[in-house]
Design a protein around this ligand. Structure first.
Ligand SMILES: N[C@@H](CCC(=O)N[C@@H](CS)C(=O)NCC(=O)O)C(=O)O
Length: 292
């Protein structure tokens, strides 16, 4: 790693991590965060398949995904990012399929992913939680965080002028999101799509223990974070308690080690306050000091 440092003139921990791991031929890496639902989906899948990986937290609420070395490699700034040697994958669904193929080949199986699992995976992935989540966060917190992130983006733009155009795209995206939040239609569409998905899951779970039969599959790895997001936003009564099959399923999956490691550890009971408090402290201190 030191060699890489001298050869490339690398200055930051990101560069050391991203290049060092390639140089050392290290195991797989996942750049993710407990707040990110797509990261949770991938992590549950990895835990369930027993695939070892090195985990790096990139907190999107503190703008860590905008750090120049990370952003240079991933200008969408979205999480998660999965790396295996020099192979880097940016989209959740691609990562999920890669994990399936990897796990199948490790177990000497021919058929990596069944069409039924894939149907659920695609369906679940097509629900974007952004508007739904942001609408249920009190305005004062949401506006505080989005203002902080905009300032981080402007700071990084000054740091890396060659990436200014790409940082501008992120700024525009932030303003567009604020606009989208003003239209009740967007929330309504998102809620309807979520309710439809939950209704279908309720029907399926009255016939099977998990989404695709009697075993936990990748379809479940994708679905559980949606339930966790509903809980985090204190909307369990509206979306989960009224669906008895989903309620029983949720109780069952919460007992799995993958759930405990990926979600329970950060958001189970009082832990959610600790997790949120840590981020809020970071944001308040940085804002007070004007350090973005
Ligand atoms: N299409 C992307 C979406 C990922 C995504 O939206 N990630 C969110 C967190 S779940 C994110 O990183 N947002 C930060 C940002 O947009 O700056 C994927 O498939 O992975």
């Amino acid at each position: 790693m030191m060699q890489a440092y001298f050869i490339f003139g690398i200055k930051t921990i990101w560069e050391l991590k991203l290049i060092g791991c390639v140089a050392l031929g290290a195991v797989m890496q996942l750049y993710h965060h407990p707040y990110s639902m797509d990261s949770q989906k991938v992590r549950i899948a990895l835990e369930e398949k027993g695939i070892d990986y090195t985990s790096y937290h990139v907190n999107p609420l503190t703008g860590k995904n905008m750090d120049v070395p990370f952003f240079r490699i991933n200008p969408s700034a979205k999480l998660p990012v999965f790396q295996n040697g020099s192979h880097i994958i940016f989209h959740t669904i691609d990562i999920i399929q890669y994990i399936e193929r990897l796990s199948a080949s490790l177990n000497g199986e021919d058929n990596p992913i069944s069409s039924k699992v894939m149907e659920w995976v695609e369906r679940i992935e097509s629900w974007n939680p952004k508007i739904f989540t942001l609408t249920h966060i009190p305005d004062k917190y949401r506006l505080f965080v989005s203002k902080f992130i905009r300032r981080v983006v402007i700071s990084r733009m000054v740091e890396a002028p060659d990436l200014a155009c790409l940082y501008h795209v992120k700024l525009r995206e932030a303003y567009e999101t604020e606009d989208n939040l003003k239209s009740p239609m967007n929330l309504q569409q998102s809620e309807e799509k979520l309710s439809c998905l939950l209704d279908d899951a309720e029907i399926q779970l009255s016939a099977t223990t998990y989404l695709v039969g009697e075993d936990f599959t990748t379809a479940d790895s994708m679905f559980v974070p949606i339930l966790a997001r509903i809980t985090l936003l204190d909307l369990e009564e509206k979306y989960i308690s009224c669906r008895p099959k989903i309620t029983a399923y949720y109780d069952l999956v919460k007992r799995r080690p993958s759930y405990k490691k990926v979600i329970g550890k950060y958001f189970g009971g009082w832990r959610k306050y600790r997790t949120l408090f840590k981020t809020m402290c970071f944001l308040c201190i940085r804002s007070m000091l004007g350090k973005y």
